[in-house]
Design a protein around this ligand. Structure first.
Ligand code: ADP
Ligand code: MG
Length: 140
């Protein structure tokens, strides 16, 4: 598998509890490189658009409110098989089902406030990176 880029977000529950460094250490220890990163507050409009694929789900409104509530850190991670690798480092959506050592097992508060987002396919990675970053902001 060749080198890939994937989009990662450190969610408001992570920035609130000062966990950005500990989570970034997990990415870097796994071999993923942080090749772009910025801290920002998402507007509700941006949150709705970013999570558009979930608009019919019962948790959509709660998810949008949460993601727009406090600062997030958006990042591009680079590495071999980075999309799948990052999903492994993140762990399962529901922290009670996440494997030991994963970000969500160690840090997530609940299935909603689960500390990190990661792209789930090549197509979503391309869309999500473009949503937040221009080419000149990605420095590998
Ligand atoms: P993942 O982030 O693991 O790719 P999904 O794409 O299924 O998970 O869901 C997107 C986000 O929506 C989750 O990370 C979580 O913050 C939230 N979410 C998912 N399922 C629920 C749920 N049952 N209740 C509340 N929030 C949820
Ligand atoms: Mg998802």
């Amino acid at each position: 598998m060749s080198t890939e880029l994937t989009l990662s977000i450190l969610k408001p529950d992570a920035t609130r509890r000062n966990l950005t460094g500990k989570i970034n250490a997990k990415f870097e220890e796994s071999g993923l490189r942080i090749v772009a990163q910025k801290r920002m507050i998402l507007s509700r409009r941006q949150a709705r658009l970013f999570y558009k694929m979930h608009e019919d789900k019962p948790f959509y409104d709660e998810l949008v409110e949460f993601m727009a509530s406090e600062p997030i850190v958006v990042q591009v991670l680079e590495g071999k098989n980075a999309i799948l690798k990052n999903r492994e480092v993140m762990g399962a959506t529901d922290p009670s089902k996440a494997a030991p050592g994963t970000v969500r097992k160690e840090f997530a508060l609940s299935i909603g406030e689960n500390s990190v987002h990661g792209s789930d396919s090549k197509e979503s990675a391309e869309r999500e990176i473009r949503f937040f970053f221009s080419d000149t902001e990605i420095v590998g």
